[in-house]
Design a protein around this ligand. Sequence first.
Ligand code: SAM
Length: 181
Amino acid sequence: MGKGSLFKELFVNIKTTGAITFSSRSLVNKMLSFADFKGAKVLVELGGGDGSITRGIVERMDEGAELLVFEISRAFCDSLEREFPQANVRIICDSAEHLDTYLKGRPADIILSSLPLSLIPKEARNEIYRKSSQCLHPKGLLIQICYSYLLKFQYAPFFKNIKTTFTLKNFPPTLIMICRP
Ligand SMILES: C[S@@+](CC[C@H](N)C(=O)[O-])C[C@H]1O[C@@H](n2cnc3c(N)ncnc32)[C@H](O)[C@@H]1O
């Protein structure tokens, strides 16, 4: 799938992708700089899309680590599967609210999310918050990128410690929320 087709998929499904462009390299570098990949065994990405963030994770993850990427668009999943054929990267064409099913009791060390949470129905969204916090290792962290500070209040009942930072080096400018259980 070429860049043009990936953008078409993004626009055509704007109600579920919630974005007009993919994350910039600069945003991905800043987002991932808050996570310590050394020793992290189980990594989860929510909303793989075109693989902008997946690429950054794969560059940083330990050889023995496993990455589970959740994405609901079949077209994006096909493209991700072609780009990341390695056995330790699993592309899961299912909603993030089912992450516990695929983790099978193993705690996630790091969860990286670019999900358009404000567009996801409340019930499913709350399942994503609840299961993300339950599935996270007690010393793990979840990083969410988003466009509204209000999202912090939705995460707050599920995470004890939430820090936010901001980057202008993306279009549109983006908040990065670092959540710890
Ligand atoms: C804003 S795009 C981010 C794409 C890419 N990761 C990036 O940073 O540019 C959000 C992605 O989340 C996917 N998505 C939306 N709802 C989802 C859900 N419930 N579970 C898994 N993926 C979902 C969309 O299809 C879309 O690819």
